[in-house]
Design a protein around this ligand. Structure first.
Ligand code: PLZ
Length: 448
């Protein structure tokens, strides 16, 4: 395996101004005068170029990217193969609308989705623009195919910001606060959260806790689908105990309830395999994908059993831009890169480098309550060691220290006390190690 070319940027962290620099501060002032205050930014540093594992800002600072634009640029930012494919496509045509006059790229993406997603059964797909739109459409298909109204989701779930997906998302602030009323027939049950569940609770026991509530409070005969992130993303990189997902999937299969995997954040090599369901031997009836699929261009998909996806009446699914040809070209180039450069293996190698460092940090620092995740989707949960309570203030302090040092890390978690790492899968290992050293230093400085 050869390392993919990271693009033209020097793969080094280099700060030439304080952060944010003067040009970024100017742009932040313009932003305040023109962009809705409802749209915030994690780090007010404006980007001029990016590639491999670095982000270059408008003041000439080169930052280490441990966020991939929230798990999107898995193949690297402006990956040369993606750029070439996009350039070739925009020169041919930029849009026709697949529902008006179709084109081959859409089919090729659906063929890749059929081959790569879990399960050998006959599949069909439909393409959309965003993760939320994919989840909405998965629910449309599930309701139509089953003729049932109810949808079950989990504590700490995140599925998007549209009206239906807000109803599915667990956290009120900032996602739902004063944005209701929300769509009906959505029911929420506890997930398996080993760090906060009663000690020793197995995945099967956590599943039984959830399924008992579904049985008694919803009823399988009313239930179209269960929607779940196999590893929860925004909710805190929560990895369910082994056995949890298979028990839920089996219960669904026995009752004609569809098991819908939201692999928008976990999919496309992020967790060290094509999909996180692959590690759990779970075969979803429907799977929603987005983010990493297209190297930074907006594309999303719903893939599922042919008889379910084809149950919908002709014309029932679609949208002006869904499966845009430029986004499809980017997806095909990204998927080829993942395959040819074994980026699932790259995610496992990132874990092999990062996990021991994070565990060593946790051993030294009791405020690091847990290290968890899989592949290149790793996190630290920060707590008050005396009580075990979440510590969002400490989390913010550490993240700011990383940002000031030129390392882009993100937070997540219902209590905003989780630092998550989502590096591009092509990040040079020296850069990853340097980023982890900065994070380690920031944690130790803030806690000792
Ligand atoms: N499902 C599992 O992670 C998007 C959200 C950022 P869209 N996660 C990042 C924010 O604050 O808006 C996500 C996800 C999972 C669905 C979505 C939604 O995907 O492409 O943002 O709509």
């Amino acid at each position: 395996m050869t390392a993919p070319h990271p693009g033209g940027l020097d793969q080094r962290r280099r700060l030439v101004t304080e952060l944010p620099g003067p040009r970024s501060r100017e742009l932040s002032a313009r932003r305040a005068a023109t962009v809705s205050a409802g749209v915030t930014v994690a780090m007010p540093v404006f980007i001029a170029a990016a590639g491999g594992g670095v982000l270059l800002d408008v003041d000439g600072n080169s930052l280490i990217d441990l966020g991939s634009g929230i798990a999107v640029t898995s193949v690297g930012n402006a990956a040369p193969a993606v750029v070439t494919a996009v350039q070739a496509q925009v020169e041919q045509f930029t849009h026709t609308c697949f529902m008006v006059t179709p084109y081959e790229g859409y089919l090729a993406v659906c063929e890749e989705l059929a081959n790569l997603t879990p399960g050998e059964h006959d599949k069909r797909s439909a393409l959309f623009n965003s993760g939320a739109e994919a989840v909405e459409n998965a629910i449309k298909v599930a309701r139509h195919a089953t003729g049932r109204p109810a949808v079950v989701v989990f504590d700490h779930a995140y599925h998007g910001r549209t009206n239906l997906t807000m109803a599915l998302t667990a956290k009120a602030m900032p996602y739902k606060h004063r944005f209701g009323p929300f769509a009906p027939e959505i029911y929420r049950v506890p997930v398996s959260y080993p760090f906060r569940d009663p000690a020793g609770m197995s995945g099967e026991q956590a599943a039984a806790r959830a399924l008992d509530l579904i049985d008694t409070q919803v009823g399988a005969e009313q239930l179209a689908c269960v929607v779940i992130e196999p590893i929860q993303g925004e909710g805190g990189f929560i990895v369910p105990a082994p056995g949890f997902l298979p028990a839920i999937a089996q219960w669904c299969a026995e009752r004609g309830v569809l098991f819908v995997a939201d692999e928008i954040q976990t999919g496309f090599c992020r967790t060290g395999d094509w999909f996180a369901c692959d590690h759990n031997n779970v075969i979803p009836d429907l799977i929603a994908t987005a983010k990493g699929i297209a190297g930074g261009l907006p594309l999303a998909g719903v893939t599922g059993r042919a008889h379910l996806m084809n149950a919908v009446h002709p014309g029932g699914l679609g949208g002006t831009y869904g499966g845009n040809p430029v986004a499809c070209a980017a997806a095909l180039a990204s998927i080829t890169m993942m395959r040819e450069h074994d980026l699932a293996g790259a995610a496992r190698r990132i874990e092999a480098i990062a996990a021991p460092k994070l565990h060593a940090l946790a051993a030294r620092c009791p405020a690091v309550g847990q290290v968890r995740g899989r592949g290149a989707m790793l996190a630290l949960e920060l707590i008050d060691p005396a009580t075990g309570a979440p510590d969002p203030a400490l989390t913010t302090q550490i993240v700011h220290a990383c940002h000031n040092a030129g390392v882009v890390v993100l937070t997540c978690g219902t209590y905003a006390n989780v630092i998550r790492l989502l590096p591009p899968l092509v990040i040079p290992h020296a850069l990853l190690t340097e980023g982890l050293d900065v994070l380690t230093h920031a944690v130790l400085t803030a806690t000792t």
